[in-house]
Design a protein around this ligand. Sequence first.
Ligand code: PHE
Length: 339
Amino acid sequence: MEHEEVRMVRGPRSGLPVIVAVHSTTLGQAVGGLRMWHYPDWRDAQADALRLARGMTYKTAAAGVPKGGGKTVVALPSTVAASRRRDALLDAGDVIESFGGRYATGPDVGTSEADMDVIASRTRHVFCRPLPSGGSGDSSPATAAGVVAALRALGPLAGRRFAVVGLGRVGGAVASTLAASGATLVVSDVDPARRGLADSLGAAWVSPEEALTAEVDVVVPAALGGVLTAEVVPRLRCGAIAGPANNQLQDESVADLLHARGIVWVPDYVVSMGGVINAMAVEIDGVSAAEAARRVDGIGTTVGDLLEVADRDGVTPARAAMDRARTRLENGLVHSGRD
Ligand code: PHE
């Protein structure tokens, strides 16, 4: 068993499956958002929680943040009344509280900063509450800023072509910045209502499948995970892939397939670490918004370093990032060398 602890509860108020997975507290309290999403079966939700929690361990380690990795998943039915959804947040808050501070949550796919206030009525171990409640607020602008910093590390934005797969809170903000920076955009979202944003950005609107396989400089996966499979790799027509969607690779061997095709894949947990960097900078270290933004922007340097190390050592950026995270997990953050 790789995870330190996994708790699954049928929420007493909501009747919905609540899964909290703590992957590692080696570097500190496990952190990771609460995902509320639809799954065919609770076992799928559990598998997602395990994968996402693991990703958070590498995310915080790669970010140099003294935190571990965990995640909460609540499996929602296809339609859910607002009151039942609220009950599920309270149920999740109780399970999180039962960890006694070894795990703290935050927002993720399907949850907002307002939801963090609901959770806070059951536990204080929650990040990203709204600013008036004393939190650092919605993490998605910082996540998006980090994605843009990562993309800049791959080359100039102006005049280049990007495919943004998913126009949610993070993907939508990234697409807006890219458009404002003079990039050419192909975009998609499973929700047809997002087409208005695409039109306002002058972006071509295509299906998620077409966006993923578009002939562009960079594909930016910004929706759910598992999109990069052995089947899709031969059909890709991009030079690089860098986006915030967690767990993009169906399995780790896909990183090697991408490398063999000459496609640079920047690990998702590096590209997406802006949200957690910002929340920890503001809520733990108490730094100014400007200093937090500077730290988020440092993701560009991290990506540049990883690409350099990968090139020098003849390994994939995935391997270089994993080595960096593992070194920190084994030796702690202080003795991690040049970082
Ligand atoms: N959910 C986001 C992530 O996966 C951001 C986040 C998580 C922010 C936990 C704060 C705490 O990184």
